[in-house]
Write a protein that binds this ligand. Structure first.
Ligand SMILES: NC(=O)c1ccc[n+]([C@@H]2O[C@H](COP(=O)([O-])OP(=O)(O)OC[C@H]3O[C@@H](n4cnc5c(N)ncnc54)[C@H](O)[C@@H]3O)[C@@H](O)[C@H]2O)c1
Ligand SMILES: [Zn+2]
Length: 357
């Protein structure tokens, strides 16, 4: 059992038995007037049965929503609030979020607004949700075609992490989440990168230590900068380009997974880091090998470069219209607010293909 203490809650990384015991303690810790569980069809089928040993109150209410980012919106929240009202939810109720990042972000938002805020507890069930969405307090929904447009910062009462949920996770989800694991090592922890180097996420037998170290890195960064004013921007490594490529791929018949796009983004931004003399070519090759081992080639030659540039220019993280990158200055260190010439950005996309050639 590993416990990470944040300012006002704990993250526990543990076996299923320990998670059930921890959950049981929380269910009994306060006299909750009602316990709600937010889940989708997949986590109801695959994850809820694993938590039966937690001995839920008999009158717990399941709130089921349809899975998928397309349902992360205010309409689904209305249905969640509605079910809390009809289930007798009051200010002393607890919402347990059981699912991936969609459930965590939206459930946290719905709980934080219901009657001016009720307690919620997160049990993230995807790799991405465990190592990334589980820390940092960002909650919300998509709106007007933009991701996470409506939301707030707020913390859960606790986060319980258990890699045993990954057994049922679709392989592409596991691979996708691994991009953030690599990112955390690349920006902050050289020895962790050396451990992960060459690993294919689908062949990793034991995740507990990897999840524990990855989430600890994110925790450290977030604690230094809870509201994303400075150092937290290093978490955007791979995301400036990666997110633009991801957005453009949505127009095609084969949209990229978030992690696939971030894999591409990390390769391109590492190349930019090398070409602006922040890292050596040898380091670049080492990073490229690690990303290649984890992510197969994605054919993105059909994506229009000017459109990709356009998405970057319109990124909501920009300040006064200029694109700022978080670039590596070594393995385990990262600089924020780097300005990069446009030509270098487009050239880096060529580099991506050459790595797999
Ligand atoms: N709050 C944050 O700091 C933060 C950080 C990163 C991402 N996010 C958000 O997270 C979301 C993406 O999260 P995600 O990648 O977890 O996707 P997701 O929540 O859509 O889950 C992916 C799929 O896996 C299924 N699933 C989940 N756990 C399963 C399990 N154990 N077994 C079988 N199937 C399972 C889900 O039903 C879903 O179909 C995005 O909306 C993103 O904005 C938030
Ligand atoms: Zn990401």
């Amino acid at each position: 059992l590993t416990t990470l203490q944040l300012s006002n809650y704990k993250i526990e990384i543990a076996s299923l038995d320990q998670i059930c015991a921890g959950l049981n303690a929380w269910l009994r810790a306060k006299s909750w007037s009602k316990v709600f569980v937010l889940l989708d069809e997949n986590t109801e089928r695959d994850c809820l049965p694993l938590l039966e040993r937690a001995l839920w109150p008999e009158d717990r209410v399941l709130i089921k929503i349809n899975s998928g980012e397309e349902n992360k919106n205010i309409y689904t929240c209305q249905s969640i609030w509605q079910q809390m009202v009809s289930g007798g939810g009051d200010r002393h109720s607890l919402l347990v979020n059981l699912g991936g990042g969609v459930i965590g972000d939206m459930g946290g938002f719905a709980a934080s607004t219901y009657m001016r805020g009720i307690s919620f507890l997160n049990i993230p069930t995807t790799l991405l949700a465990q190592v990334d969405a589980s820390v940092g307090g960002k909650l919300g929904v998509d709106f007007n075609g933009l991701k996470n447009m409506i939301g707030m910062f707020n913390d859960p009462v606790a986060v319980l992490l258990c890699p045993e949920f990954f057994y049922t996770l679709p392989e592409e989800q596991l691979r996708s989440g691994f991009a953030e694991v690599l990112k955390h090592a690349l920006i902050k922890d050289e020895s962790e990168f050396e451990f992960l180097e060459g690993q294919d996420p689908l062949q990793i037998p034991e995740w507990t230590e990897i999840v524990a170290r990855s989430v600890a890195i994110k925790k450290e960064i977030v604690q230094e900068d809870p509201f994303e004013k400075g150092v937290r921007k290093i978490l955007n490594f791979g995301h400036t380009l990666g997110h633009a490529v991801e957005t453009e791929s949505f127009k095609t018949s084969s949209p990229l997974m978030h992690g696939e796009a971030i894999g591409i983004g990390m390769l391109c931004e590492s190349w930019i880091s090398a070409n602006t003399k922040r890292i050596s070519n040898k380091t670049l090759d080492q990073i490229a090998d690690a990303i290649k081992a984890a992510f197969p080639y994605c054919d993105i030659r059909g994506l229009a470069k000017d459109q990709i540039m356009g998405h970057m220019l319109h990124d909501k993280k920009n300040v006064s219209g200029s694109i700022r990158f978080s670039l590596l200055s070594g393995i385990g260190s990262c600089e924020t607010d780097c300005q990069v010439q446009t030509e270098l950005i487009t050239e880096s996309l060529e580099y991506y293909h050459s790595v797999y050639a």
